[in-house]
Design a protein around this ligand. Sequence first.
Ligand SMILES: C[S@@+](CC[C@H](N)C(=O)[O-])C[C@H]1O[C@@H](n2cnc3c(N)ncnc32)[C@H](O)[C@@H]1O
Length: 221
Amino acid sequence: MGNKQRLVSTCVKRVTPTKAKNVRSSASSAYVKRLKAALVKKEIYPCTIQQKAHIETSKAKPKPKDLAADARKRLESARFRYLNEKLYTTTSSEAWELFQEDPESFDVYHKGFKNQVLKWPVNPLDIIISDILKGPKHWVVADFGCGEAQMAQTIPNQVHSFDLVAANDKVTACDMASVPLAMKVVDVVVFCLSLMGSNIHDFLKEANRVLRIGYAICGGS
Ligand SMILES: C[S@@+](CC[C@H](N)C(=O)[O-])C[C@H]1O[C@@H](n2cnc3c(N)ncnc32)[C@H](O)[C@@H]1O
């Protein structure tokens, strides 16, 4: 740091408007300019209305980087809402087609879904998990519309996890209107926030097909 620069930073703390006048007479004009700028920045030097307005607007302006991040966030939220609406209003075979053609949209959907879950006081999946944990470990579970297969990753039971896209190796990608399981092989079928699609009767019929007689369907909404 040069002598003049050091002086500017000391002056910022000590110089009053009157003293600043004296400093101006003894220093070079470039130095005075820098000194004034430093004082104005610290808002201890009487500045013009235009200078003040400039300071205020530059403070209020969000950084361009923040603007881009904000726009991206809004776009992702809009895509999540669009996909959610699609899943509730189309048949499951149309939803299957949608994600086959554009698998990236599944990631967008799940990112948006996770953001929503963070805002809830209770995640229904946690309630279903704690209910199943009260039962015997030998119960076989089928998680229809499992998302990222949190159930399979949490409980000790055997879990068959189904979703339109396999987010990880625990998940079998299929339309849950027709899952790759034999008849009467599971004890519990879970639909946690997954009864979407205009043909939910097909999902319930499929659950009924794979369930052993006398066993349960769990829903979370
Ligand atoms: C709101 S998310 C819930 C995910 C998970 N059950 C949970 O609670 O974290 C709904 C899930 O159901 C899936 N889904 C909707 N319709 C489906 C279908 N016909 N077959 C398989 N999965 C389906 C969606 O792809 C999505 O992953």
